[in-house]
Design a protein around this ligand. Sequence first.
Ligand code: ATP
Ligand code: MG
Length: 404
Amino acid sequence: MDSVLLVRYGEIGLKGKNRPQFEQALVRRIRRALAAWPGVAVYRTPGRVWVEPPPGTDPEPLLESLQRVFGIVAVAPAERVDLHLEAIAAAAARALEAALAARGGAGGVGTGGAPTFKVEARRSNKRFPLTSLDLNRELGSRLLAARPELKVDVQRPQITVHVEVRHDGAYVYARSVPGPGGLPVGVTGRACALLSGGIDSPVAVWMAMKRGLVPICVHFHSPPFTSERAREKVVDLTRVLARWGGPLPLWVVHFTEVQRAIQLECPPELTITLMRRMMFRLAERIAARERALALVTGESLGQVASQTLESIRTISAVATLPVLRPLIGMDKAEIVERARAIGTYDTSVLPYEDCCTLFVPAHPATRPRPEQAEQAEAVRDWEPLLAEALERSERLVVEPAQGP
Ligand code: ATP
Ligand code: MG
């Protein structure tokens, strides 16, 4: 028996004349996600993408990888059989049995009633003698004959046995694994994403990727005040994020001298505000080189002193690009839950400090005004320091972490 993975996508089906471009991007992302398996064919038919591994391949690890491809709404492992009613009926029975087993047997798990099902046939091959309705009826009654304890429910069935009749065979499936949704990485453009070693910004980067952005990750480190381990931690976080559509570029910006100047020459209560403004300025310069059209941060509202609305205004006053803040409306608990789900949490909570945790003043200004920041910055010419910070930056290309 041949197994094939049928990929369904939602939103990207709606994009009018951009649609082929979105579908091609999805196919490219799927090919990349499955690059470790040689001989997998990925192709499109109207409204569908198909993944065909070589015969005998265990589909489970492929399914697992596809669950990290943005744009995918669901993947169904389907069986392809010849265009004969008997073969289709046998496959439908196998699909139903597998779905029942996944639910914990014909009685369902503690639900009391027998599970309900329906058959949903789709016939793109009009030469096949039975219509979709014929198939629904014929297969439905055969399945019911084999499993008289089940009930048919065409409105809200618990199990749907799908049959797609195409020219090269019939595809039968009842199990479907959810994908992450969103849009294929790359279809909406590029943005510079400020990635600290904390819990929040990796989640923000992930959410930007989910909406189709390629994140150009930018991390600011201040050796020797911040350790090599803190830098490694950010590389590790980027590796995890790259599993969702990498490899990803990571700029590690040498922030030491800028940081030191702020520390020595500016009022301590403005340290955080001024550091962030400098980060935004540097990120914009990187954005220009990387053809990125926005910045992304892990800021949320009201979490800490630097995330009051006044702070956010004063910090982003230096930006000319739009600043996207995917976490703006999320609670900390929701962010933590997402970080766990995407695999960044365990790395984020490792203790290595970054420059922002190290240099927190005792009494940061919670409502810094832009004029205060400008005045504080007027003590020196920052241009040479910013230029040097960029000069001493490194640009890495981070490959996805391996493993489950
Ligand atoms: P996170 O958990 O992402 O570190 P946070 O709750 O600690 O966020 P802040 O310290 O106010 O919040 O940082 C706000 C945002 O500024 C971060 O989400 C990140 O986008 C950016 N940022 C802070 N420090 C750095 C850094 N060293 N390198 C790159 N970006 C940074
Ligand atoms: Mg932080």
